[in-house]
Design a protein around this ligand. Sequence first.
Ligand code: NAP
Length: 252
Amino acid sequence: MSKKLYGLIGFPLGHSRSADYFNQRFRSEGPEGSRYQLFPIPAVQGIVHLLEEHPDLAGLNVTIPYKEKIMPYLTALDDLAAQIGSVNVILIQSSGGLRRLKGFNTDAQAFIHTLPEPDRHRNALILGTGGAAKAVAYALNQTGIKSLFVSRHSSSPDTIGYDQLHRDPEIMAEHTLIVNATPSGMFPETDACPDIPYDRLDERYLLYDLVYNPDRTLFLQQGASKGAQIQSGEAMFVKQAELSFNLFTSIP
Ligand code: NAP
């Protein structure tokens, strides 16, 4: 009987529903004895101690803020994760006393699978520049939607500041899909939202929030109040977890 341990690394993890999702699936579908735990590690180096402490660890999900920072700790990368530059699933195999950690990305596929009516949009704004933002940009590029990152700090040819969104009405007019790939608005900071000019929104826009807790963030509430279509991160969460489960159970 296989008794494997799986889990989620990130920090903080108060928002996560992953343990409920995976433990329920392991209970109903097996492999028998498999279990899933939350591992809140305050620094990414904590992965080293975690592996030492848990020799039965067979797989991990990776969440905010480690989807990029985890990459130096891996021994191999799936092609898609390498192209995106972000990892949200790790498969761990042990042989001859060595642990091999291979990184995968299921966020990009989950995002595109849950994006309503992609044909309605030619240009997208991606709020944030972290691991999830990179997966969203990759997925949008695959469907022919051009994206522009919006960041609090950096500025480069494909990244603008929030101040520019307020100053330049043309940018808002051209980008009808706006994806929140920041933690702004996530529990417990539910009264926060990304600093975009909400008064310029109307029914042509789709606001997609990767945050899934709460289901209806302030970002989405503000979009809905202007007539914009809205999509919460819930469906993407379920899809990326489903794809992760398939990877976890693909190894005998
Ligand atoms: P990350 O790697 O830490 O990146 C987050 C980015 O957001 C940062 O690079 C930063 O960009 C920006 N940011 C951070 N704090 C902010 C704040 N207080 N206000 C505005 N911007 C802020 O995190 P991630 O892994 O990409 O995750 C981002 C969010 O997506 C999290 O809430 C996560 O739970 C969610 N997510 C959901 C799903 C799903 O399945 N629904 C999947 C993946 C991620 P700048 O410094 O450039 O501004």
